[in-house]
Design a protein around this ligand. Sequence first.
Ligand SMILES: C[S@@+](CC[C@H](N)C(=O)[O-])C[C@H]1O[C@@H](n2cnc3c(N)ncnc32)[C@H](O)[C@@H]1O
Length: 240
Amino acid sequence: MKVKDQIYQQPLTEVAGFSFDAAVAQVFPDMIQRSVPGYLTLVENIGVIGAQFYQTGSRCYDLGCSLGAVSFSLRRQNPQVPIVAVDNSEAMLARCDEHLRRAGESENIELRCADITQLKIENASVVVLNFTLQFIELAQREALLAEIYAGLNRGGVLILSEKIALESAEKEQRFVDLHHGFKRANGYSDLEISQKRSALENVLIPETVQQHQQRLQAVGFESVEVWFQCWNFVSLLAVK
Ligand SMILES: C[S@@+](CC[C@H](N)C(=O)[O-])C[C@H]1O[C@@H](n2cnc3c(N)ncnc32)[C@H](O)[C@@H]1O
């Protein structure tokens, strides 16, 4: 059963920077579904994309796997696919491991507690960064994407989902307001919305779609397309 996210419900004298600790791991499925518009649609369709791009004998990588939603989805569409699922939060990985074991899905899914900026990607046909790159320091993003590109086989795919920034202050405000409307419609109070926003400041650094596209092309991806967008939440398909 999903545990309800109430982390920012009470007024805090000081809002600490957001971290993927045990308290967040406990409520994560509820938090992400009530905070990211289209999250379940995205996860479900990442499985569909994975099934189409998977190359026999290669691997899938779920980078910043949290509780393994993407790995589960890849498996639903392609039951035997080998997956390397990586996260640097022990609390998230412990729950991921528990979920996989309970579902009898741990075989062929290698869980690694590691920093994805230090990872070697090898023989990959599907790599997923589902709302993870936004937590990586700006200066490290290009090197990470270059490593992914180098580790992908020709014809392989990177799926990159991100919260984005808009090019003008006016558009940014419009989409931020719509996103907050979505959170309110899902039961978050104005206090919860504003305290979470403060916690994420300087932790989640969004960039524009153009910045993502340019960087992906700079590291070598020939084809880069937006395949999903709901307000300031976007997913890109980058094919090698
Ligand atoms: C928003 S969550 C990702 C959600 C998940 N991909 C899903 O679809 O449910 C971001 C995850 O990235 C992980 N993360 C952030 N920085 C990381 C890093 N440098 N190395 C590995 N994992 C990282 C966090 O611990 C967190 O679990």
